[in-house]
Design a protein around this ligand. Structure first.
Ligand SMILES: [Zn+2]
Length: 256
């Protein structure tokens, strides 16, 4: 995730968002059809996670990645931006510091998931992906293979960069003959249980092992720049308590 912005008024990202207790009390989540990691990513296929910002790879499918790491599945992570716009106006976290820190945090997080891989970094501008969708799609086409399964942020996730990345991935995956799986990240924040703005009819629930949840939680803690209060601006952590709690779910939800 990244700096709080909004695109459409009905998907505005404000405050702490819907709490995990509220989601947990809604029976609709437990009733979603289940899907296993190997159904999503069949043997011989590669999982490619396209993350608008460093941390979206863990927030979206960190648990799945931990499980795939153990099964020997090929995994690639594509970092669209280096997340340099997460602390606007900050003297503690200027863009130059974030440009170094956030890719390092992502690397550490992937190690904690059990993956010894280095993300492919596209270096596109954080906060500026809406106008770069065609460029992003073209870059992705050159990196994708026909049997890939592409995981990315849902195209109606509410954050402009997340939506642009979802849209560009849809174009690129279709062009490359790859399969696309969209994952809500900010959607959990602004939507409510049973919310008609979420495409529940396309939602599947991927159960996670205890070990996968443990690694996902540890991986999220690697994003220290996003988890601390900013003394220079007085802003709270970019990753809210609600987001951190959500990462402890024993499942992940994907849209197919
Ligand atoms: Zn993001």
């Amino acid at each position: 995730m990244d700096a709080v912005e909004r695109r459409a008024e009905d998907r505005a990202i404000r405050g702490e968002g819907t709490t995990e207790d509220e989601w947990h009390q809604w029976p609709g989540l437990a009733a979603l059809p289940a899907i296993e990691a190997r159904e999503l990513v069949p043997r011989g296929a590669r999982a490619v996670v396209v993350a608008p910002h460093p941390d979206d790879e863990v927030l979206s499918v960190g648990g799945l990645l931990a499980q795939l790491a153990d099964s020997g599945c090929a995994v690639q992570v594509i970092a669209v931006t280096d997340g340099t716009a997460s602390h606007r106006g900050s003297t503690e976290w200027p863009a130059e510091r974030l440009a170094k820190a956030r890719p390092r945090e992502s690397l550490r997080a992937l190690q904690r998931l059990g993956l010894a891989i280095e993300p492919a970094r596209l270096g596109l501008p954080d906060g500026g992906l809406q106008s770069m969708r065609a460029v992003l799609a073209a870059r992705l086409v050159s990196l994708l293979q026909p049997r890939d399964v592409v995981f990315t942020t849902w195209r109606h996730d509410g954050h402009p960069d997340h939506e642009a990345t979802g849209e560009a991935c849809a174009v690129a995956a279709a062009s490359a003959g790859a399969r696309l799986v969209e994952v809500p990240v900010w959607g959990w924040h602004w939507s409510r249980p049973g919310d008609a703005r979420m495409p529940w009819q396309h939602a599947f629930r991927l159960p996670l092992s205890e070990e996968a949840v443990r690694r996902k939680r540890a991986a999220l803690q690697a994003f220290t720049s996003q988890l601390r209060r900013d003394v220079s601006t007085g802003s709270g952590p970019v990753l809210r308590a609600t987001t951190v709690q959500r990462a402890a779910r024993p499942y992940e939800v994907v849209f197919l």
